[in-house]
Design a protein around this ligand. Structure first.
Ligand code: ATP
Ligand code: MG
Length: 429
């Protein structure tokens, strides 16, 4: 029968790899906890309109990348990111009436229909966080510190790029200046950017096409056109980052791909993962909650691309430790022996050990081979004489050492003692 294979742009994370993901996810949840963020889990799909209204009609995500499916009553879209659904859930469930700020994190898969490349998939994963209800630059600084801590914990030395894209007020003035600059070459812009010219010319600065890049190269910068409040906010953020010893670079080219950002935008960029170099991206979105139908509330957040983070960690040769292996494999032959082995294994599992018995009906030799190949830490062989005498030899597979053990009386406790003593000895070298 012909095998039906996986789609391009989607990845299998196999058991030999998933332990790495678990470690990264646990580390991320640990840092989130230190900063007071709690987890949210939201649906994989939402009404298409939610993303159109929040991510923005002029964005690549909405114009080109959404996976939209037809349901019976309506069309739905697989979430292309986590913020829209999170904010929808926050508004809908009354979290805006709870003590502020609300600090929420998520770990989810997201879907975008784009050109598949290394670090750019159709289905990918984001760890992200939202800080809701805090307008002060101290909140921006805390979110950035959270990301810095997260990347330090993972051992990813990415560079922080920050920018301010102002508020709607300074932006509308800036748009006029920018359009004036771009208008002589308007017809040369790529198709997408020609359509952006009227509605969102700032996005042209972010365009990846060669021609738009060269046209926008010396364009006036938003940072030179901020209103007094936005400038003060940006200056205070910079002072806070300096006080916390967080290095940054001001990068006027960062305007971010999504419409909802205001004031602070940032990216953490790694030179270890090739062309898709942005590991974390985020920013402030003070207008979004009001625009989505909630009471106007300032907020900001970030998202880390899990695939890109793990790519960077691998490129840097980070130590993920060894995948977990079996603590004790109990080899057996014969029905009575197998029953006894199953009982013994259960008693060990109750003590927290990973114990396994033979389930494939192999001979002793093949069972040893299995124990070796899967790197079991200890081996116990139960044959008819062991069952009769009630004693056996426990073999430490790393050292080859064998210890006599009593099978009938307190085996689990004895195993625990040996296990801990050996581990201590191994740690002490
Ligand atoms: P890019 O400019 O690389 O397309 P973006 O601005 O579209 O990124 P965001 O919407 O800010 O990305 O998403 C946050 C992070 O999620 C990115 O910095 C990246 O690490 C990751 N990411 C985004 N799109 C993809 C994708 N298609 N495949 C894998 N990771 C992605
Ligand atoms: Mg993108």
């Amino acid at each position: 029968m012909e095998l039906i294979t996986r789609n391009k742009g989607a990845e299998d994370i196999l058991p030999s790899e998933s332990y790495i993901w678990q470690k990264v996810e646990q580390a991320a949840a640990g840092v989130a906890r230190l900063y007071g963020f709690r987890e949210i889990r939201i649906p994989t799909f939402e009404k298409t309109e939610l993303f159109v209204r929040s991510v923005g009609e002029t964005t690549d995500v909405v114009q080109k990348e959404m996976w939209t499916v037809k349901g019976r009553e309506s069309t739905y879209t697989l979430r292309p990111e986590g913020t829209a659904g999170t904010i929808r859930a926050v508004i809908q469930n009354g979290l805006l009436n709870e003590p502020m700020p609300q600090k929420i994190y998520y770990n989810l898969s997201a879907f975008r229909h784009e050109n598949v490349q290394k670090g750019r998939l159709w289905e990918f994963h984001q760890f992200g966080a939202e800080m809701i209800g805090a307008a002060a630059p101290a909140a921006d600084a805390e979110v950035i510190a959270f990301v810095r801590e997260l990347l330090d914990t993972l051992g990813i030395p990415a560079k922080l790029h920050i920018n301010s894209i102002g508020c709607p007020e300074c932006r509308s003035k800036y748009y006029t200046i920018l359009r004036e600059y771009l208008s002589p070459r308007r017809e040369e812009l790529c198709d997408t950017c020609r359509s952006r010219f009227d509605r969102n010319p700032m996005r042209i600065i972010d365009c990846k096409s060669e021609i738009c890049r060269s046209i926008a190269k010396d364009a006036p910068m938003i940072t030179d056109n901020l209103c007094d409040e936005c400038r003060a906010h940006f200056d205070e953020l910079k002072a806070l980052l300096e006080a916390m010893g967080i290095d940054y670079e001001i990068d006027p080219k960062i305007v971010r791909g999504l419409d909802y950002y205001t004031r602070t935008v940032f990216e953490f960029i790694s030179d270890k993962i090739g062309a898709q170099a942005t590991v974390v991206a985020g920013g402030r979105y003070d207008g979004l909650i009001g625009q989505m139908g909630g009471q106007p509330t300032p907020a900001l957040g970030f998202a880390m691309g899990m695939e890109r983070a793990i790519l960077a960690m691998k490129a840097l040769g980070r130590d993920f430790g060894e995948p977990d292996t079996c603590d004790l494999f109990i080899a057996s032959m014969g029905a009575d022996e197998q029953r006894f082995a199953a009982l013994l294994a259960n008693s060990l599992r109750r003590e927290g050990f990973r114990a396994e018995t033979e389930l494939c009906g192999r001979g002793f030799k093949a069972q040893m081979k299995y124990a070796n190949k899967t790197k079991c830490k200890y081996l116990l062989v139960i044959g008819s004489s062991e069952l009769e005498t009630g004693s056996a030899k426990l073999k430490n597979m790393a050292t080859g050492e064998e210890m006599p053990v009593d099978l009938k009386d307190g085996f689990a406790e004895r195993f625990m003692d040996i296990f801990n003593a050996d581990r201590l000895a191994a740690e002490l070298g």
